[in-house]
Ligand binder design. Sequence first.
Ligand SMILES: O=C[C@H](O)COP(=O)(O)O
Length: 215
Amino acid sequence: MFVLVNLKAYPCDPVEIAEAAADVSDETGVRVAVAPQAAHLPAVAETGVETWAQHVSPVEHGSHTGSTLAEAVADAGAAGTLINHSEARRKLADIDASLDAAERADLETVVCANNPDQVGAAAALGPDAVAVEPPELIGTGTPVSKADPDIVTDAVDAAAAVDESVDVFCGAGISTGDDLDAAADLGATGVLLASGVAKADDPRAALEDLVEPLA
Ligand SMILES: O=C[C@H](O)COP(=O)(O)O
């Protein structure tokens, strides 16, 4: 299982979380990555943790003020990028072009989707993985694997029907090792989470608890 921690714009210490994630990953052998704010990519990458961008823009080098260039996040130390999110929704054409940009910069990709139908559409664009996240469960602490497990199994089926090489991750409300276990049982090969770590009083303990079933 891949554990991808999105720090969103939470008022957390990205380096403290990155150091904890790097240690937990080293100690357990579980793949853990952190996606900080773009401005924090170099500092997070410096810790040695696998570092991801939260977004890359659907552009190439050129006159694109305010964009997040895929080559720039790769230079800053990112190994992968999220594309699209329920909190920053993109048009299908832009998701497609952001995937092209990420591929150009050699970044691994996870496209976020709200439901199994969107998972199928996103899988058709050829990302490495799609993360299914029901928007109403994001940030609630109630995992989709408990609230509506069919969404995860339907997402796995939807992706497989389009392209069996596209992994399916599960997100929204995930914060414990039990949640991670449940996601794996439903066919997800990774989890995407944020508040369970970024808003935890002790992010290191939260990460340790999360990966405990895999350690
Ligand atoms: O990108 C992460 C997801 O939106 C999940 O957020 P959450 O773990 O706070 O529910």
